[in-house]
Design a protein around this ligand. Structure first.
Ligand SMILES: [Zn+2]
Length: 414
């Protein structure tokens, strides 16, 4: 078994799901501490310096630059140690399946076969005759993002064993709770001291992403006028009725279930209330900053229209920004994109640039001043009991990372 596969198999067997019900605490589950400590030890063994595992399960470390690259800016490599809560995630038992084509069988659970068809994942045909890591079908695999963690560790180990391979100082950050939106939020960027970086997370082999949504959350508060229903004529304003009017004015085709690629959306996420007081929650998403702002304005315009009809103060919209499209951060450092595309091609992989329909740790980091596009781990079917990752994806991604860090061992030109 190659180094990256051995690490990957070991890491996925350490359960470390995050828990959306315990967002206030970081990490959201004590299990993530176990994963963090194991990685701290591994990074020490590999030969990293300044290895730190903090009380929030953040793991940071430095691999000093190769000879001649000491004066160049440090490069961050970031992956997350938590796994999703969308599928059973405890007691993960990975195994290698030799794939001969057809359906990829992960295992049999309660007499039912758990498999992926080539129709579901057309990339499968690229892996005929190869070994693929699957769970036993009863849990997710955790390639999202233990594959990213294993690929980074394996790269470090390779660089230490081959001091002639060029690279700048590498700043490693393994972060908890990415799946519940915290991710890199508590990462101390001044202390980390990297100029730029990459996240290694999610996505099929070859995918490269430097664009995410712009994202905000809106709360629409509707206050009705309540009187006895027997004497309500001309006086009562029912908040539920107004809420339903509000919903009808939000463009119906612009919802997640009707949009793809670069189309943004409004997504109602919750409704709570009574005839006198209703709260509607939405998330708003768009890659394009101008259209994104227009969407937020649309919600305010609907409120203004309803306030004219029902009285000022009936509908109140409050919007808070969640993250921005990280593409905004790459104006001054286009080489972060060019270097990545070249690194993929040198490893024999044609990059597939996709606008992410969501956010990544990188969208947060980019906004905070550490531009971070995303390199795919090569995993498939994330957040599912059908999650898998081909051995060749793990190995190729380490090659991509090796090519990538070499490009930062010379000064960058914007
Ligand atoms: Zn992930």
């Amino acid at each position: 078994m190659s180094d990256v596969v051995e690490r990957f198999m070991r890491y996925v067997q350490v359960d470390s799901p995050s828990d959306p019900e315990n967002e206030e605490e970081t990490p959201s589950t004590p299990l993530q501490h176990g994963m963090a400590h194991m990685l701290g030890q591994d990074l020490e063994e590999i030969g990293c310096v300044d290895v730190q595992v903090d009380e929030h399960a953040y793991v940071t470390a430095t691999l000093p630059a190769s000879a001649g690259a000491e004066e160049l800016p440090a490069l961050c490599l970031c992956a997350h140690i938590d796994t999703s809560f969308d599928a059973p995630s405890l007691d993960v038992r990975p195994h290698l399946v030799h794939y001969e084509g057809g359906n990829l069988l992960a295992g049999t659970v309660d007499g039912k076969e758990v498999y992926t068809t080539p129709d579901q994942v057309p990339d499968l045909k690229k892996f005929v005759g190869q070994d693929i890591v699957c769970s036993d079908g009863s849990t997710l695999l955790g390639a999202d993002d233990k594959a990213g963690v294993a690929e980074i560790c394996s790269l470090l180990s390779r660089l230490v064993a081959n001091p002639q391979m060029p690279h700048p100082a590498l700043k490693i950050a393994f972060v908890p709770d990415e799946e519940i939106g915290h991710g890199a939020s508590l990462l101390d960027l001044d202390k980390l001291g990297a100029a730029w970086g990459y996240t290694v997370d999610g996505e099929d082999l070859g995918e490269f992403s430097y664009e995410t949504f712009n994202a905000s959350a809106a709360v629409v508060r509707i206050r009705g006028v309540m009187v006895h229903p027997g004497t309500a004529k001309g006086v009562m304003v029912n908040a539920i009725t107004v809420a339903s009017e509000f919903m009808q004015m939000v463009p119906a085709a612009e919802r997640p279930e009707h949009t793809s690629d670069r189309e943004g959306f409004y997504h109602p996420t919750s409704v709570r209330g009574t005839a006198s007081d209703v709260s509607l929650a939405f998330i708003v998403r768009d890659h394009d900053a101008a259209i994104f702002e227009q969407r937020e304005q649309t919600l305010r315009d609907i409120a203004a229209f309803l306030n004219k009809r029902y009285g000022e103060g009936t509908v109140e919209v409050s919007i808070h920004e969640q993250y921005r499209n990280m593409a905004e951060a790459f104006g001054d450092c286009p080489f972060l994109i060019d270097n990545a595309l070249a690194a993929y091609r040198e490893a024999g992989v044609e990059p597939n640039v996709i606008p992410t329909r969501g956010g990544t740790d990188g969208s947060q980091l980019s906004l905070r001043g550490l531009p971070c596009p995303n390199i795919a781990t090569g995993g498939y079917n994330a957040h599912s009991v059908r999650e898998f990752i081909p051995v060749s994806s793990l190995e190729t991604t380490v090659d991509i990372l090796q090519n990538l860090v070499a490009k930062f061992a010379v000064p960058q030109r914007a």
